[in-house]
Design a binder for this molecule. Structure first.
Ligand SMILES: Cc1ncc(COP(=O)(O)O)c(C=O)c1O
Length: 474
């Protein structure tokens, strides 16, 4: 495929895109239970207009766009206040939860490198339910993420976590709450562990940061989960989730400037002049900062509270309806408008139930460890909750009557993946799906010099050491 030789007509193009888009998931119908954070058309339009106003601005240089910088600083300050940050809390907006987490993990690693130089291979200890963005950080930045088993309630188990702490541990992690089950980790308890062992402590509030404050204000009791816990040294919270901003907006916060400073990158040797950024991106969209700021201002605390109440009440209703189905059990103790359910002792097979629900048009988020189905309740799901429960009851009856369906279709595949001991095999296959999608399925490698191919591994290492010594000598 090549770029068209001549430009295409605007109307035709937009029409073609509308037609193509019509085949995508129609999430506003309420059949999707994750990913799409949306309140209503009025709020959506405001986000679009605010985004549009800064559509062209390249926020790589905050000093060129003082109005965006002002909005970013205000957003950071408002979020720090919401999360009970003391005066010392600092941070930035980022493009999303993953960027916030990558930056926080990098800053913690660099801080430890400076202040705990005896640690050569930094380790992080987390409950098994922590979001994969932390595995990604470990993958990119070369540290070990050690995962502890969780309690049957899916909460972090501090005894299991403590067992994994070693002389190389720099940081503990916890979720407020976990995405998969909506379960809040016991953050005050993990905080005590961090204090006892002199460790940093990051709380991932990407999904809950903009819900739990209202959960508490609505009188639902939670253990403290944010900067009120003195051991918490950094946090991530996403504006593009329940902050109801536009996509591409999150906040990373640090209790101390001494941690934050490691996030800032400065290069004084670049031929284009001094190059410095406070976040991971180079070119930065101003629109997502503007939309997040406008969203916060427009909703105000009263707006967040009102929406949170509607979503929580609906979740209570859904939960009660699910619990009334004898075969169903809720996983753990969800603390907000996220829950996961399974069938008791997997009878009937939850993945067969999931397949039936999918045939009924529901978008089903199948989970593993344990096998379950995820539901986040958004305002647009509220009108269809009754229908969902009705279809679920039918799905259970069908699965009970058709036990052999466990060995067929998606149910068989998910069942196998949930049980398979060779996770490496699953990993290779999933990677292949991406390679087939983006990489044309062709296997090609960059060239390797002939002598490299022939020489044993130790020779390569020796050559690298020699090259380094020569450079150093020079
Ligand atoms: C708890 C938690 N942490 C981190 C992330 C990663 O956020 P993002 O998808 O914005 O990169 C998510 C996303 O769902 C999440 O729920």
């Amino acid at each position: 495929m090549e770029i068209p030789k001549q430009g295409r007509n605007k109307q035709d193009l937009l029409q073609a895109m509308q037609t193509a888009k019509a085949g995508d998931t129609d999430w506003l119908q309420g059949k999707t239970w994750s990913l799409q954070y949306y309140i209503d058309e009025e709020h959506h339009e405001l986000l679009k207009e605010a985004h549009q106003l800064y559509f062209s601005e390249n926020y790589i240089n905050p000093f060129l766009f003082k109005s965006i910088l002002k909005m970013e600083k205000e957003v950071v300050a408002m979020v720090a206040d919401m999360l009970h940050g003391p005066e010392s809390v600092v941070g930035t907006m980022t493009s999303g939860g993953t960027e916030s987490i990558l930056l926080a993990m990098y800053a913690c690693r660099e801080w430890a490198r400076k202040h705990k130089p005896s640690i050569k291979h930094p380790e992080i200890v987390a409950p098994r339910t922590i979001h994969p963005a932390f595995d990604k950080a470990a993958h990119y930045f070369g540290f070990s993420l050690r995962k502890a088993q969780v309690l049957p309630t899916q909460e972090a188990d501090m005894v299991a976590m403590e067992k994994l702490i070693s002389k190389d541990t720099i940081l503990l992690l916890a979720s407020a709450p976990s995405f998969a089950h909506g379960v809040l980790d016991p953050i005050p308890v993990i905080g005590q562990l961090a204090e006892k062992h002199g460790l940093l402590f990051h709380v991932d509030a990407c999904v809950g940061g903009f819900m739990l404050p209202w959960v508490e204000k609505l009188g639902r009791e939670l253990p403290e989960w944010d900067f009120r816990v003195p051991a918490v040294t950094s946090m991530s919270g996403d504006l593009h989730k329940f902050g109801f901003g536009a996509k591409g907006a999150s906040v990373v916060l640090y209790r101390h400037t001494g941690l934050f400073e490691h996030q800032i990158f400065v290069n004084t040797e670049y031929s284009g002049g001094i190059f410095a950024t406070a976040t991971l991106l180079g070119t930065r969209p101003g629109g997502s900062v503007a939309a997040a700021w406008a969203g916060l201002q427009h909703l105000g605390q009263a707006g967040y509270l009102k929406n949170a109440k509607a979503m929580l009440d609906a979740t209570d209703q859904l939960r009660a309806d699910l619990e009334a189905i004898p075969e169903i059990e809720i996983i753990g103790k969800p603390c907000m408008n996220i829950l996961a359910y399974s069938t008791k002792k997997n009878q009937p097979d939850i993945y067969v139930v999931a397949d039936f629900m999918e045939q009924k048009g529901w978008v089903v988020d199948r989970q593993q460890l344990p096998p379950s189905v995820h539901l986040t309740v958004f305002p647009y799901n509220i009108p269809v909750i009754g229908k969902y429960v009705e279809d679920l009851k039918a799905a259970i009856e069908w699965a009970k009557a058709n036990p052999s369906a466990s060995g067929e279709g998606n149910a068989a595949m998910y069942g196998l993946m949930a049980r398979i001991p060779l996770r490496g095999m699953v990993k290779d296959n999933v990677r292949k799906v991406f390679l087939d999608t983006y990489g044309k399925g062709l296997g090609s490698e960059p060239p390797v010099a002939e002598q490299e191919k022939k020489s044993p591994k130790w020779m390569g290492r020796l050559n690298r050491v020699l090259a380094w010594l020569t450079r150093w000598g020079a």
